[in-house]
Design a protein around this ligand. Structure first.
Ligand code: NAP
Length: 291
């Protein structure tokens, strides 16, 4: 039995699909408010709970052999990116789990002080590494599926909002490829007890994204490019109203202010470990947007 957290999310639902296509038994950890109809339809066991509740984690981990942690933090990195994952790892040990797969983030080890999600991910990575469990930690750059709503907006308006330096490099990964790597991590020997940076096959500049949209929809992009200090201004104002939200915006700012890409060697290594060729961003988008 596989336990998948974040099973209704962008990565999680694709992981459940692959596991069910391979006729593996899956327990999908969802919330009552999650959209889990498809998971149920595919034959996953639906576990309704809240990852902020220790007792729900304890119950969900019973009788599982594999744990795949793909949930995100919903504005509370301490409770979800950190504490829920620590609890899942502890319960994995109690239940004799054979392999634990953690979705971390590219750059988790760069020591960004202002980014709670990155700090939580790094602390959990360390905890998992020293847990004695078999593990795979995947550190993705941006996910291609996040760009689908932006592409739909672009289709209608031709407008793309690009905050910060358009020349910053990024390696957006196909969310389907990532899900396949997640699932294969428990069987592929080269992925055992590894921390792997994960990106797409090409290093893109952030300004390439509206260009790709433009090619796909045959439309000249109108790029609106506000500078990063506008985010800083927004954070300053937010600090008076909601200090917690101001802190959480630090992760967002970190993502905008830095480069997140994998080297060619890292991608070659990834393709060699998992034995398939990674899909480009344009290919992913054309598949989903049917153009
Ligand atoms: N998005 C990116 O570009 C990116 C890049 C690098 C790494 N990552 C990492 O990849 C992972 C998945 O990202 P994603 O974009 O697929 O996430 P996502 O689509 O936002 O999905 C998040 C999932 O977590 C669940 N969740 C949140 N709070 C929960 C709670 N209290 N109890 C139970 N479930 C809860 C959500 O449930 P609901 O459906 O009920 O909301 C949802 O299923 C995260 O760990 C993220 O940090 C993402």
């Amino acid at each position: 039995m596989f336990l998948v957290t974040g099973a209704s999310g962008g990565i999680g639902r694709r992981v459940v699909r692959i596991l069910r296509d391979r006729e593996m038994s899956v327990r999908a950890f969802v919330r009552l408010t999650s959209r889990y109809g498809e998971l149920e339809h595919r034959g996953a066991e639906i576990f309704i709970g809240d990852l902020e509740q220790q007792k729900d984690i304890h119950k969900a981990c019973q009788d599982v052999q594999y744990i795949i942690s793909t949930h995100s933090s919903d504005g509370n990195p301490l409770a979800l990116d950190y504490r829920a994952n620590i609890e899942l790892i502890d319960q994995a040990k109690v239940n004799g789990v054979q392999h634990f797969v953690l979705i971390s983030v590219l750059g988790a080890d760069r020591g960004y002080e202002d980014a709670p999600v990155f700090k939580a991910k790094r602390a959990v990575e360390r905890y998992l590494e020293s847990s004695g469990l078999n593990y795979t930690i995947l550190r993705p750059a941006g996910l291609a599926s996040n760009l689908l709503p932006l592409a739909e907006r672009f289709r209608e308006t031709g407008v793309y909002l690009l905050i910060g330096d358009p020349k910053n490099r990024t390696s957006i990964v196909s969310t389907d490829d990532l899900a396949r790597m997640v699932v294969d991590s428990v069987t592929v020997a080269g992925a055992r007890n590894q921390i792997l940076p994960v990106g797409g096959p090409e290093i893109l500049l952030r300004e390439d994204i509206p260009r790709i949209f433009g090619r796909i929809f045959n439309k000249e992009p109108i790029i609106i490019n506000p500078p990063l200090f506008m985010i800083d201004g927004l954070r300053g104002v937010l600090g008076f109203i909601n200090p917690q939200a101001q802190k959480n915006l630090g992760t967002f700012r970190t993502l905008l202010a830095n480069e997140f890409f994998c080297t060619t060697e890292e991608i070659t290594n990834l393709e060699a470990i998992f034995g398939f060729e990674l899909e480009t961003l344009e290919h992913f988008l054309r598949r989903y947007l049917a153009v």
